[in-house]
Design a protein around this ligand. Structure first.
Ligand SMILES: [Zn+2]
Length: 158
């Protein structure tokens, strides 16, 4: 179920505040003085990050399946120093998770529309099943009643 939102509202690099990953892309961590880290991210990690972001963009933000992706992104988009600063890593993880939740909540119409469709399809299936079951039960009762009537001396059908 490749959703249509994937290609429109849902842009993981923007949502996560990473921006475009190009040559010279720098560590997303902050120095002790709260300045952006100046360490560059090596090419193989940039390439991998782009792959992850692409695959995320093809998955509905409502899927709730990004934990591994986010962890890997943190690992490769932080320099050797900052990826070891657990507080900073945890903070980014929290920010990202919230940002994705916000997309789901806000951009919701389409996403929610999709979910609602699924639910109403399920509803329809269930009520169809219940109806069929009800008809079956009623049918059984009629047959049984018929048998009893015949047994009780009512005229048998010709
Ligand atoms: Zn850094």
């Amino acid at each position: 179920m490749a959703s249509s939102i994937a290609s429109t509202a849902w842009r993981p690099s923007t949502v996560l505040g990473i921006g475009e990953i190009k040559d010279g892309f720098k560590c997303i961590g902050k120095t002790k003085q709260k300045n952006p880290c100046e360490n560059r991210i090596k090419k193989e990690n940039r390439t991998r990050a782009k792959e992850i972001l692409l695959s995320m963009s093809l998955t509905s933000p409502a899927s709730n399946q990004f934990e591994d992706d986010l962890e890997e992104l943190l690992d490769i988009l932080l320099c050797w120093r900052h990826r070891k600063e657990m507080e900073q890593v945890a903070e980014l993880m929290e920010t990202w998770t919230r940002a994705i939740e916000e997309v789901v909540r806000r951009g919701g119409d389409e996403i929610m529309g999709e979910a609602d469709d699924t639910i109403s399809r399920l509803d329809a299936d269930i009520s169809d099943l219940m109806e069929r079951r009800l008809r079956l039960v009623q049918g059984e009762e009629r047959t049984q009643a018929g048998r009893e009537r015949r047994g009780n001396g009512y005229p048998a059908p010709r």
